[in-house]
Design a protein around this ligand. Sequence first.
Ligand code: SPD
Length: 363
Amino acid sequence: MGMLALAVALVAAACSSGNSGSDLESVAQGCQVDQVDGDLSLYNWSEYIDPDLVQEFRDTYGVDVVETFYESNEAMLAQIEAGGATYDLVVPSDYMVDIMRQEGLLVKLNKDAIPNMANLDPKFTGLPFDPDGEYSAPYQWGTTGIGFSYDVVDDAADLTWGLIFDPEMSAPLTGRISLLDDEREVFAAALKYLGYSVNTTDQAQLDEATALLKAAKDRVATFTSDSFEDLLVSGEVDLAHGWNGDFFAAFDEADAWEDYGYGIPKEGGVAWVDNMAIPTTAEAVCTAHTFINFILDAENGAQLSEWNYYASPNAKANELIDPEILSDPAVYPTPETFEKLEFLADLGDFATNYADAFTEVKS
Ligand code: SPD
């Protein structure tokens, strides 16, 4: 066995023997550009990656990509904390990167193995949830607002969370509304309607939002994070709380751009950045680095945004993205819209209060 083969075998053996976080960090620090050390187990949000890109990765690197999906950051966290499954790459949002890195659930990245990090827009590096960019690389970013049928809303500029929470305004939409199945996002909508921060740790404000949600629940057809866009374009609901890109992909697929719209209610909404990170459940740490580098390639980043209609944090990809998408303020919000948006933050122990309140709302 030659030296290189021996080194690869040692890395593979280390990877498959139930590593601790620090073992994984030393494996990561040894990864080379384009190195693979096994098939990739990708744990991602649904409908978030172009299947052609996944196939191209398989063909280029000769490894399989096994995809598993989650519908909320909290569901993903629970799986990682439980151990058992060996996910190599996850895609947590901003505040969840903060939680996972503080809990020691993420492997420090070897940036030498990810030269395409240089393609990132500097605005997306050193963000507060991972100040030194040590544990995550941005994937895509977007907003949370309301998708609607033009039968019930004439203009996105008229959008208000009152369509969900004001009993009179919302009454005609009874049974025709869907909400995300996501504790932080649902409370963000109610808190914005009440004029509070989406990151409040004031129990009285959270109680007020809980009461509002419980009162609105009879008008809500369902809580869903993976089919809100389909319910809208199939006519099962007229108003859906959800993520911008998923709506646009559905409008495109149904050729229904003239029938449906999306916007941020006048009271404001949520902006978010989802990120690639390697959890401590990983086995194929080098393949995970290679996948991150593959996604951060300029052409692949452009292909990703043109497929999922989410904005790219990749400056080089943005040079290649279809100008129609790039100039669409619903995909790349204007500075005025940005002023109405807030990022979700890690709330520490108070997060449990949101989880309990959400259980109460849904029960
Ligand atoms: N289908 C992909 C959806 C990506 C949603 N990002 C989640 C943001 C949560 N705050």
